[in-house]
Design a protein around this ligand. Structure first.
Ligand SMILES: Nc1ncnc2c1ncn2[C@@H]1O[C@H](COP(=O)(O)OP(=O)(O)O)[C@@H](O)[C@H]1O
Ligand SMILES: [Mg+2]
Length: 241
């Protein structure tokens, strides 16, 4: 479902963000991308959905090559939750923001209502539905942004730091909701405990390269590897001999 081969990316200002990244993720798996600040997580996700063009290497999502003339198809199949919810919410009400995707896809009025309400229920944001997204707290915005993507029912879900801004209860709800979804998911995060709870596999980026790829429980226990990658062993795995 997610296929990246020898992908490199340099920003227009000459900043090299990704070097020769290869990733293959099969249908239905939940995979994390972790790495220190600046490791290239957000750049990788942006390339996977075609926000930046991958000039070097090839990318395919849900069987579609990520190329300029295919971006419309990619939008339908791949949902992307931005690092900053403000980049994603722009309608006058929360309900309209969540209904925006289904409406855009030309669904019937009934389908739009059903998809929108289902996403609202999943993210437990019934009480926010008539509010203005711009006036919500960071965590509330995050939940709305996630609902807006879920409403489109994409085949692949990409999340950039989904648990930032979320309080413990919303974070828990997010983990439960994701655990129940059979979709292919790629989650860029600093929240290693979330990775342990939710992901069967983790890709560790270091300075734009894939530094390690494996089972979270195994990689996160490896002190040397974690230090070299600029990461800390999650609290839940510390002090255990
Ligand atoms: N718009 C940009 N222009 C130039 N360099 C950028 C831009 N965005 C990110 N970078 C650089 O690319 C590298 C990877 O950044 P990013 O993908 O945001 O990392 P992460 O999400 O892992 O923190 C960093 O060195 C960062 O400074
Ligand atoms: Mg980032």
């Amino acid at each position: 479902m997610i296929h990246a081969k020898n992908v490199s990316y340099t920003y227009p200002d000459g900043n090299k963000a990704l070097a020769d990244v290869c990733i293959d993720i099969s249908e239905g798996s939940t995979v994390a991308v972790v790495g220190a600040n600046g490791a290239g997580k957000s750049t990788l996700l942006a390339l996977l959905v075609g926000i930046f063009p991958a000039k070097i290497g090839e990318i395919e999502m849900a069987g579609i090559p990520v190329k300029k003339d295919k971006l419309e198809d990619i939008r339908r199949k791949v949902g992307f939750v931005f690092q900053n919810p403000d980049d994603q919410l722009f309608m006058a009400s929360v309900y309209d923001d969540i209904a925006f995707g289904p409406r855009n896809f030309g669904c019937s009025a009934n389908e739009i209502k059903e998809m929108t309400e289902h996403a609202i229920e999943t993210m437990k944001i019934e009480h926010l539905k008539n509010r203005a997204p711009q006036k919500l707290s960071g965590g509330e915005k995050r939940n709305v942004a996630i609902a807006a993507v879920l409403a489109m029912n994409p085949e692949v879900l990409l999340f950039d730091e989904p648990s930032s801004f979320l309080d413990p209860k919303s974070r828990r709800n997010f983990i439960h909701a994701m655990a129940e979804l059979g979709h292919t998911k790629l989650i860029a995060t600093h929240d290693l405990d979330l990775v342990l709870d939710l992901c069967e596999r983790v890709i560790i980026l270091k300075k734009g390269e894939v530094y390690a790829d494996g089972k979270p429980m195994e990689l996160f226990r490896d002190q040397e590897l974690m230090e070299a990658a600029g990461l800390e062993i999650p609290l839940s795995l510390q002090n255990r001999t």
